[in-house]
Design a protein. Structure first.
Length: 293
């Protein structure tokens, strides 16, 4: 059985508000997670945190409440390379969910094929040192090569300060690369900060690199409604309208202060995608092309 939740782990918001913004028909929450239930899907022994259970039923109910049609469920580090909870959610989604898995070098081709049939469309490489142990680059390169015939993409999670060390690896990958949470820029430095400008140059020069404009609750200094993060996300949406994705990041693991209100997060969307066309690209066209085509 799983050990108790590690304090000070903060559970997800128990009663999110109804957003004022109505997502266009067919919208996709392209970054969220499922955790447990631990009684059925145990957490990994090597995990850095133990979350509260966040089940598929709760996720799908939240999706409907917020006005979305589909989910992209991303395997989080607390479940390690055991994707059972993710695959169970995909199986019970009525075709309304796709997945991003975490796999080890020992994963078989048969397992990859089965996961593909169940709706997995990518693998996640986590480089955030406080969340995962180091994985050799050659192992990640081998995984990326093996998923290429399936047409999967690679999702990468890192912190902006580490981009100089990781950039050559990202640009060597043969697949589409999707960056989580805008690469976690330091919003205190503004959009003209050299680190963020480097990130923009990376996307300018490599058309296969996409970016999620999620996670304002993780990046903010001023707090909700996260206006200090809006300029970063808006710059990315307007500069790369065909290569951006958005997601709630529910159930918001490892929040340092408080769990965000998911309704407030949804109401950021018209601030970062200010036209109906940009909103449709961000929420419908781009995720459908990457995960359902």
């Amino acid at each position: 059985m799983s050990t108790p939740v590690n304090p000070p782990y903060i559970p997800f918001h128990p009663n999110p508000s109804k957003p004022q913004f109505r997502p266009p028909a067919g919208s996709v929450d392209a970054h969220c997670h499922v955790f447990g239930p631990a009684s059925r899907f145990q957490y990994a022994q090597e995990r850095k945190y133990t979350p509260v259970d966040a089940t598929k039923e709760t996720l799908f109910a939240l999706r409907d409440f917020l006005g979305f049609d589909k989910n992209v469920i991303v395997q989080a580090s607390c479940h390690g390379t055991d994707n059972s909870a993710l695959l169970d959610a995909l199986t019970h989604s009525d075709g309304k969910a796709r997945g991003v898995a975490v796999v080890g070098e020992d994963v078989s081709d048969d397992t990859l094929s089965i996961m593909n049939e169940m709706g997995v469309r990518g693998v996640r490489f986590n480089f955030v040192k406080r969340l995962v142990d180091f994985t050799p680059r050659e192992v990640l390169e081998e995984i990326a090569t093996r998923i290429e015939p399936l047409g999967w993409h690679v999702v990468v999670y890192f912190e902006m300060a580490d981009l100089p060390d990781l950039e050559s690896f990202f640009t060597s990958l043969p697949a589409i690369v999707v960056v989580d949470h805008m690469g976690r820029p330091d919003v205190r430095k503004g959009v003209d900060d050299p680190d963020f400008r480097r990130y923009l140059r990376l996307l300018d020069q490599h058309q296969n690199i996409w970016t999620k404009v999620s996670g304002p609750e993780r990046l903010t200094v001023s707090g909700a409604p996260y206006d200090d993060v809006v300029p970063f996300a808006r710059a990315l949406v307007e500069r790369y309208p065909d290569r951006v994705l958005w997601g709630t990041d529910w159930p918001h693991p490892n929040m340092p202060v408080e769990a965000p209100d998911d309704g407030v997060l949804v109401d950021i969307i018209p601030k970062i995608a200010v036209t109906a066309e940009l909103q449709r690209k961000l929420l419908v066209d781009n995720p459908m092309r990457l995960y359902w085509s």
